[in-house]
Design a binder for this molecule. Structure first.
Ligand SMILES: [Mn+2]
Length: 477
């Protein structure tokens, strides 16, 4: 970040020791983040273990929920109403968990003791390119067939026994004769969702590569901001650096100058230049897995208190990441974030009361109205963040934090975001200003800071057996 001299200082504090022997300790070599995409050989090896694990887990899930086989579709295209245009197709996550194969209508059949059957539907159609599959690293794990139409795919997948069907098209499933309780059975889905919340090494490698790509975009976006680029300029700089189209991103970029940073999911792209603040929340995808990263920068002329708030948020975000350890309840970490933000608001003169009091009085919720983070994987807001057990059920967040998506105990293999935020949102401040606690806030200062919008800093964190690994920081300060 521009304002923080600290990370730069630590980096320059250890100059490349010329005297160091060539045989660097293997520990540091292992800790060094990859600087390129994984090779096909590495992907094959990682995917092999992921695949074996998937088979073991789906067999257990089928047995536990009383099914003999599972059919999964890659999904149905969505055609806009009264139109002939389709929305960008997003493969169902249940299918994507098995193979990084894009496109609708593919079918996967999973049956105990049999090689998984994957039927790729690739019709010959002169309106569209028919991409040749070739031999991607994952294909030899499957009994892979290619057909020209959907009916052939279903007939190839026919099998005996009780078959569960995971599909986004309920009407079609009914027409094909699937019994109601065999379509998306909740008990089976719960087990599969639960499994998805523990990432395999293959998935971690994919998330790492997604992060590496997103970081390139963020560095380019920062440079564009420093050159006075508009929101639209910064968006284009981001895409160019990542090397993808907007449709290939895991979610639309949030690129906000100044007051627009107070809109959590702002997707406008203004063409006015020279913002004083930039909040950019943008990711990248790799083999279906997405990174989700946010940075906030200040430029020349930004309010000095806002500058201090940003430095404080940067510090507390790193502190919260450092606290990630197996066994801790994510809700507790979220509460600690509120306490730290309350302290920061007090130190900078926005709140007249201490962090503890600000938390107890509910004041921090007006400034930090979203959860500290969410699970991350095939979906940006990945499944099972509130799931109680493999068989299902959910743990709701405490009533004072209804938007928190993660109520689980932190466990090895989870990947989630840590993204504290601090905003000046008129809609939320209005209630505070008209209520009995209005005297606890410096409203003149709040009015000045409102022009700066807000701050969010977001990293992607993997939980390890003994602590955590920040996937983002090695690539992006
Ligand atoms: Mn996020």
């Amino acid at each position: 970040m521009p304002k923080s001299s600290r990370p730069r200082a630590t980096r320059t504090a250890k100059p490349a020791p010329k005297a160091a022997p060539k045989r660097a300790p293997s520990k540091s070599a292992a800790a060094r983040p990859p600087s390129a995409e994984p090779t096909p050989a590495a992907l094959d090896r990682l995917f092999g273990a992921h695949f074996t694990d998937r088979i073991r887990k789906v067999e257990a899930a089928l047995a536990a929920s009383g099914f003999d086989a599972l059919l999964v579709t890659s999904g149905t295209p969505y055609t806009y109403f009264a139109d002939d245009q389709d929305a960008t197709h997003k493969v169902t996550p249940h299918f994507a968990h098995w193979a990084p194969l894009a496109g609708p209508h593919h079918l996967l059949r999973l049956q105990s003791g049999r090689k998984p059957l994957l039927v790729r539907v690739a019709p010959e159609d002169y309106w569209y390119e028919r991409v040749t599959l070739g031999k991607p690293f994952w294909s030899h794990r499957f009994d892979l067939r290619e057909v020209g139409d959907i009916e052939k795919a279903f007939s190839l997948c026919r099998c005996d026994g009780r078959v569960a069907f995971i599909t986004d098209n309920l009407a079609d499933a009914r027409l094909r004769g699937f019994a109601g309780d065999a379509v998306n059975p909740p008990a089976l889905l719960a087990r599969l969702d639960w499994d998805r919340s523990t990432k395999s090494d293959y998935e971690v490698a994919c998330l790492t590569e997604a992060t590496r790509r997103a970081a390139k975009g963020h560095l380019a976006a920062k440079a564009s901001f420093e050159e006075g680029g508009s929101e639209l300029d910064i968006h284009h700089a981001y895409l160019t650096a990542v090397g993808c189209t907007e449709a290939e991103l895991p979610y639309p970029t949030i690129i906000a100058h100044d007051e627009k940073a107070a809109i959590l999911h702002y997707t406008g792209k203004r063409t006015t230049r020279r913002g004083k603040v930039l909040l950019i929340d943008a990711g990248a995808s790799y083999l279906g897995y997405g990174a989700d990263i946010t940075r906030t920068y200040v430029g020349r002329g930004a309010h000095s208190v806002f500058r201090n708030l940003l430095a404080g948020m940067e510090k507390l975000q790193r502190e919260l990441c450092e606290r990630v350890v197996p066994g801790l309840a994510y809700v507790d970490l979220h509460r600690q974030a509120h306490l730290l933000i309350g302290q920061l608001l007090h130190e900078s003169g926005v709140l007249a009361v201490s962090g503890e009091e600000a938390l107890a009085e509910g004041l921090t919720r007006a400034f930090f109205p979203h959860g500290l983070g969410h699970f991350l994987g095939l979906q940006v807001h990945d499944v099972a963040g509130r799931q109680q057990a493999p068989a299902g059920g959910s743990v709701m967040p405490p009533p004072e934090f209804p938007h928190l998506r993660t109520t689980r105990i932190i466990e090895p293999g989870q990947v989630f975001t840590i993204e504290p935020g601090l905003y000046f949102i008129a809609m939320l401040l209005r209630d505070l200003q008209s209520g009995p606690k209005r005297k606890l806030v410096d409203w003149k200062l709040v009015a000045e800071l409102s022009a700066c919008g807000g701050i969010r800093i977001e990293d992607n964190v993997l939980v390890t057996a003994t602590g955590h690994r920040n996937l983002t920081r090695p690539y992006l300060p």
